[in-house]
Write a protein that binds this ligand. Structure first.
Ligand code: E4P
Length: 229
């Protein structure tokens, strides 16, 4: 499985790019807001100058299809490694299938985002052009957040996408380190992981389960000492 770093904080992106496992990036409007990005174009240009060969996903900001199409074409010509994120649904819940069909047919590499059902995956697969590379982002963590088991969604999506070699399925909304193993086991191509989770994985991945017990009791002992006992 390929591992991307999920975030728009340039300092964290630089740090994550040094990890040999990290081969690409994903951003979204919320992550950009959180990172304090105020100038989208200069942010995108900096990212693409510093990481000219790593796949990077940038999302359209417009809500209307004409605006989205114009932004998608603009973003896509910024670099050969750009994937343009287009949400599967419009703000009124209608799928953006005509937009996806026309952009993909025009050679724009898309990342279909905010996908939470296998029907949406089927729609996207049908709309994407067979010759243009594309990513479909399964928001697995957001499905799990409502208390639903996302396994069927992921497995069915992976089975459907098998016949579309130009399409990569990406596990998004990663919530914990173990999602990396799950994504791999369920046949996904990519998982995008927030820097905090990647750091936790790096710090602890050489421990055995028994080491974790020892680490835990030592942690309790240290806290007991701090309590003054
Ligand atoms: C990445 O491509 C997604 O936009 C991101 O993983 C979404 O994460 P969230 O659902 O935790 O906001």
């Amino acid at each position: 499985i390929q591992i991307y770093a999920d975030g728009a904080d340039l300092t964290a992106m630089r740090e994550m790019a040094k990890l040999p496992e990290v081969t690409g990036f994903t951003t979204n409007p919320t992550l950009m807001k959180r990172a304090g990005v105020t100038d989208y174009l200069s942010f995108a240009q900096t990212v693409l100058t510093e990481f000219p060969t790593m796949p990077v996903s940038f999302e359209v900001f417009a809500a209307d299809e004409a605006g989205m199409a114009a932004e998608a074409k603009f973003l896509s010509q910024l670099g050969p490694n750009v994937y343009v994120k287009v949400p599967i649904l419009s703000l009124d819940g209608t799928p953006h299938l005509n937009l996806i069909r026309s952009l993909s047919a025009a050679g724009v590499k898309l990342n279909i985002t905010a996908v939470t059902t296998k029907e949406q995956v089927r729609w996207a697969l049908n709309a994407l052009d067979a010759k243009t590379p594309a990513i479909i982002s399964l928001f697995v963590g957001r499905v799990a957040d409502i208390g639903e088991d996302p396994t069927d969604f992921v497995v069915c999506s992976s089975t459907m996408a098998f016949r579309y070699p130009n399409v990569q399925l990406l596990w998004a909304s990663t919530r914990e380190v173990d999602n990396i193993r799950q994504a791999q086991q369920l046949g996904l191509d990519i998982i995008t992981v927030p820097p905090a989770i990647l750091k936790k994985w790096y710090a602890r991945r050489d421990l055995s389960a028994a080491d974790v017990a020892l680490d835990t009791v030592r942690g309790f002992a240290a806290d007991i000492a701090q309590l003054g006992y």
